[in-house]
Design a protein around this ligand. Structure first.
Ligand SMILES: Nc1ncnc2c1ncn2[C@@H]1O[C@H](COP(=O)(O)OP(=O)(O)OP(=O)(O)O)[C@@H](O)[C@H]1O
Ligand SMILES: [Mg+2]
Length: 243
């Protein structure tokens, strides 16, 4: 790989083996995300997508291989250390405070002590990116539509002024219309230069917005490449798009 490419790599997962206790579920997976890229990690139920994200965010540690974030090996770090280093994880299920307003949820996103001072300014940036959130700033999070809640979850992660965003199935449980909105929102986040690793079962939607993607089956990568190119790949068309 060229030197310039290397400098732009924010996350590099190198040949990792992952599992729970003695049960291995991910085998020799390597992937990378560069500055400004939206990268998809797709695959069916139980293929190991969330397990890889858990390893990146420090919730589990590799049995083998390495995870490098911003040039630094981080495989053994705990989740709060990864958060301090700028990794924001938007978990599956969103975990908002339903009885607090949209704005209160956003401000609570800047929970790290060093972020408190600048949080009003960051809030302005998040509203700039997602004007819809500003419009509903006073509404209770619990009263929002699924699509709005997902947008809020992403906005809250952005309140950390992260170095990188990782997301686990943001489209889960959303109606098709909201899926499109959320995917567009994720694309606009990546267009600000923030690298995003997006985990999804919804391969069709991901290939439409991502720059590159990796396809996982039974804990192993079976395909990777530019998203446009993957959309036309025979395996993808047959196995995932039903064409
Ligand atoms: N906490 C756990 N303890 C033991 N096994 C687990 C645990 N979490 C996941 N697994 C197993 O690891 C494998 C990969 O699971 P993982 O959740 O990473 O898949 P996934 O691709 O995210 O699937 P889904 O699309 O359903 O979310 C599965 O066989 C699953 O049963
Ligand atoms: Mg999962």
């Amino acid at each position: 790989m060229a030197v310039d490419d290397d400098r732009d790599v924010v996350l590099r997962v190198e040949n990792v083996d992952l599992g729970y206790g003695s049960l291995q579920v991910v085998f020799g997976v390597s992937l990378s995300v560069r500055r400004g890229e939206l990268v998809g990690l797709v695959g069916g139920n139980g293929s190991g997508k969330s397990t890889i994200l858990r390893a990146v965010s420090g919730m589990i540690h590799p049995m083998g291989g390495r995870i490098v974030f911003n040039g630094e090996p981080v495989g053994e770090l705990a989740p709060h250390r990864m958060a301090q280093k700028g990794l924001a994880h938007v978990p599956m299920g969103r975990q908002l405070f339903p009885n607090l307003s949209v704005q209160e949820n956003l401000l609570l996103g800047a929970y790290l002590p060093h972020l408190r001072k600048g949080r009003e300014e960051v809030l302005g940036k998040v509203y700039g990116l997602f004007p819809d959130l500003e419009r509903i700033a006073g509404q209770m999070a619990g009263a929002l539509s699924g699509g709005q809640q997902q947008m809020l979850a992403i906005g809250r992660a952005l309140m950390l002024s992260p170095v990188m965003l990782i997301m686990d199935e943001p489209s889960l449980g959303l109606s098709p219309r909201y899926v499109k909105d959320v995917m567009r929102a994720i694309r606009s986040v990546a267009d600000t230069g923030l690298p995003v690793l997006l985990v999804e079962q919804n391969i069709k939607q991901v290939l439409q917005v991502s720059d590159r993607a990796y396809v996982l089956e039974n804990g192993r990568l079976v395909l990777e490449g530019g998203s446009a190119e993957l959309q036309g790949h025979p395996l993808i068309r047959k196995a995932y798009l039903g064409l």
